[in-house]
Each structure stands twice: as structure tokens, then as C-alpha cells.
Design a protein around this ligand. Structure first.
Ligand code: AMP
Ligand code: MG
Length: 372
């Protein structure tokens, strides 16, 4: 039995009664799933440790993974954070409301559990009207990780939230599909040079235009390609955003990628595996389930569909998903590359090598993909 109430709310003109009921749930320490412009969030009063504990429990989220605190005004940057410098101010002025999360030193009012014991806090002002109204009416900052079970693809539809957390959440505000489809960019500005911890809705180039050069944390590039000396298990430990199916990412020059992807699909299907393919415009694969992320020149469109398609592959009983990799790192393409690599748990293959391996040792490739 699904416990959650679901309210349909207009994204541009949310019903004030729905919002005020949801705000009441937040004030009482309950859990409200709500749309943002990135993905759906699982919200609780960020300053109420009991409510935040429920978020961790509902998601099955490891207690050492801190939550993003969502605010509805610039002033709250100063109540949640401290020692706010010009970079934080300029970035917030330029990108808020919007998909940029700023990691700043935390103020004492933020409970330990919300920030997983760190002395920093991640803060963001979302652009979605429903999210903003909810935060304003609650009169609380709202801690909200993505509203999925820990490790699963983030929800871009309210149906995804109900599928994962329908029994745990008190209320779901449903405004249809989210605009961006991948999470916010997380930028740490507590060090001298800002560092992107997670690529997302605001690009590196856009940030650099405001504060100069920023670094990209190695983990933000996703797990490294699978080489001879790259052990499988540590990568698996960091599997995130992941469908139930195994996911293999094939990277390289596009023509070669497509050739390698089709050959890999053929091998797996010959051995009785149900295979889905995550491709892009301009090539028709033969596979059991097909999903096309659209034109390569429109990475924004691909980002919007990515998590939905991973979930649909599971719904269609796919055992292995073979995905065309994204090599490009410009704009939101970096976020797509990161999510695909992380979702694969490190099974990232180079097209050229894969084509060779399929010739010389198909069984070796099969074992590499399926495990032993
Ligand atoms: P999610 O809420 O599921 O979208 O994930 C939030 C992301 O922000 C995770 O990758 C967290 O590790 C990261 N995050 C939240 N707070 C902090 C913080 N204080 N320092 C560094 N990263 C953070
Ligand atoms: Mg998440």
C-alpha cells in the first residue's frame, strides 16, 4: 500500500492550498517530495534533526553523505553559512535561483546530521516556483536530496518518487517532468580555488566567467575508464544513479562507438541476454529495447531524458544496458558523462579496444560485462 498523498500542482501557478498543506507537513517534521528544475527532491526541515533523520532512513542514504539545504532568499545564505566571501555573493547573484549549489562554511544553527558532521554546508536556491513557494511558506530552509532510494537514478517524474518512496514520504507534489533532468552543480568555495565536486545544471564555463579558473574534482569526471590495471570492485563501490540492469558505457570516436556497441549487443543477445541500448540520433541499433537521447548537438535534451530512460529499461526487464558514452565535457555534457560513468559502476570500455577484444576473446568480454 502506498502511503503518500499525491497532489498535482501547476508548475507556473501552484494552488496555494496544496502549498500551504505541504508547508504544514514540513513544519511538523514530515517529508514532502517536491519538484525542482533539476530533479524531484525529498524535503524536510533542515533545522529539525528528527525530520532530517527520516530523510536518511527513507532513502537508505549513508549517514556520511550530507544533504543540500534549499533556501528561498539570498539572506538565508548568511544564516546557513558563515564567512561568506565575494565569490559566494557573486555566484549566488548570478545563478540563483538556479541549479548551482554552493559549499560554504556552516553556521552553528545547522544541525550536525544535516551536514553529516562536516563544518561546511551545501546551499542552493532552486528556480522552480513550486519549490520556492514551499520553502517560503514553510519558513524553514529545506534539506532535500534527490527523492530516490539511495543509489537509484534520480527522479525526473513524480511517478519515479512514488515507485521508490511511496511508502515513506508523507506528500508528493507532482508538477510533471523536471526541466533539466540532472542534479545541480556542487561547487566547493571553501578553498582558495573553487572546486566542482559534481557537474550539473550550471556549467564549468559559466562559473569560470564569474570567478575565474575552477578545478574539477577527479570524482566529478566519474570513475576512470576500465583499464588492465583498474580493478573492478572499487568502481562498483561508487555506483550511483544506477538502474537495476548492468550498465556498460562505450566511449570513443562516435562512429567507432556505434560499431562497438552493436557488436557487443549482438554478442550478449547470442548468449540469451535481454539487452537495451541507450543511443543518440543518427543510428538505428538492433537490440531488445531501444532508447534514443536525441541529437548529440542538444545535450540539454539528452540530460532531460537520461534518468527516465534508465528507469524505463528496468521496467522493460532489460538485463544489460549498453550506452553510447559522452566524451564531450562542454556545458551540461560533462554532467551526462559523469552520470553515465557513475551509473555503470566503472564498466567503461574504449570502443577501439572493445572491437579488438570482441575479435580475439568474446568470452573475455562477456565475462567482463556480466561478471563471473
Ligand atoms: P543529492 O542531494 O542526492 O543530490 O546529493 C547532494 C550532493 O551534494 C552529494 O553529492 C553530497 O555529497 C554533496 N554535498 C552536500 N553537502 C555537502 C558538503 N557540505 N560538502 C561537500 N559536498 C556536499
Ligand atoms: Mg541523489
Amino acid at each position: 500500500m502506498v502511503r503518500a498523498q499525491v497532489y498535482r500542482v501547476d508548475r507556473n501557478d501552484p494552488d496555494p492550498r496544496a502549498v500551504s498543506h505541504a508547508a504544514e507537513v514540513i513544519r511538523r517534521g514530515g517529508l514532502v517530495a517536491f519538484p525542482t528544475e533539476t530533479v524531484y527532491g525529498l524535503g524536510a526541515d533542515a533545522l529539525n534533526p528528527g525530520a532530517v533523520e527520516r530523510v536518511f532512513k527513507a532513502k537508505g542514504r549513508p549517514p556520511d553523505n550530507p544533504l543540500i539545504i534549499h533556501v528561498a532568499s539570498m539572506e538565508e545564505l548568511y544564516t546557513i553559512g558563515r564567512d561568506i566571501d565575494w565569490r559566494a555573493e557573486e555566484l549566488a547573484k548570478r545563478f540563483w535561483p538556479g541549479p548551482l549549489t554552493l559549499v560554504v562554511k556552516k553556521s552553528p544553527i545547522v544541525p550536525k546530521i544535516t551536514v553529516a558532521g562536516l563544518d561546511t554546508a551545501a546551499v542552493r536556491m532552486p528556480r522552480h516556483k513550486v519549490a520556492l513557494r514551499l520553502i517560503e511558506e514553510s519558513e524553514r530552509p529545506i534539506a532535500a536530496p534527490s527523492a530516490n532510494k539511495s543509489g537509484r537514478p534520480s527522479p525526473t517524474l513524480a511517478e519515479h518518487v512514488v515507485a521508490d518512496l511511496g511508502d515513506e514520504v508523507d506528500l508528493v507534489l507532482d508538477s510533471g517532468p523536471t526541466d533539466i533532468g540532472v542534479e545541480s552543480t556542487v561547487l566547493d568555495i571553501t578553498s582558495e580555488k573553487p572546486v566542482i565536486l559534481r557537474p550539473g545544471g550550471v556549467s564549468r564555463e559559466e562559473i569560470e566567467a564569474v570567478v575565474g579558473v575552477v578545478e574539477v574534482h577527479p570524482s566529478a569526471l566519474g570513475v576512470l575508464p576500465h583499464g588492465e590495471d583498474a580493478p573492478r570492485s572499487p568502481g562498483m563501490k561508487y555506483r550511483h544513479y544506477a538502474p537495476a540492469a548492468k550498465l556498460v558505457v562505450v566511449e570513443g570516436e562516435l562512429e567507432e562507438v556505434r560499431h562497438a556497441v552493436q557488436e557487443l549487443i549482438d554478442l550478449l543477445r547470442r548468449r540469451g541476454i535481454r539487452v537495451g541500448v541507450l543511443g543518440s540520433e543518427g543510428y538505428s541499433y538492433r537490440a531488445d529495447v531501444l532508447r534514443d537521447l536525441g541529437s548529440r548537438s542538444n545535450p540539454g535534451g539528452a540530460a532531460r531524458l537520461l534518468f527516465r530512460y534508465l528507469r524505463e529499461m528496468d521496467d522493460e526487464g532489460v538485463e544489460v544496458i549498453v550506452a553510447e558514452g559522452w566524451r564531450d565535457e562542454k556545458g551540461i555534457a560533462l554532467a551526462i558523462k559523469n552520470r553515465l560513468r557513475k551509473a555503470s559502476g566503472g564498466v567503461v570500455l574504449e570502443a577501439e579496444q572493445l572491437i579488438k577484444a570482441l575479435r580475439t576473446s568474446p568470452t573475455g568480454v562477456y565475462i567482463e560485462v556480466m561478471g563471473t
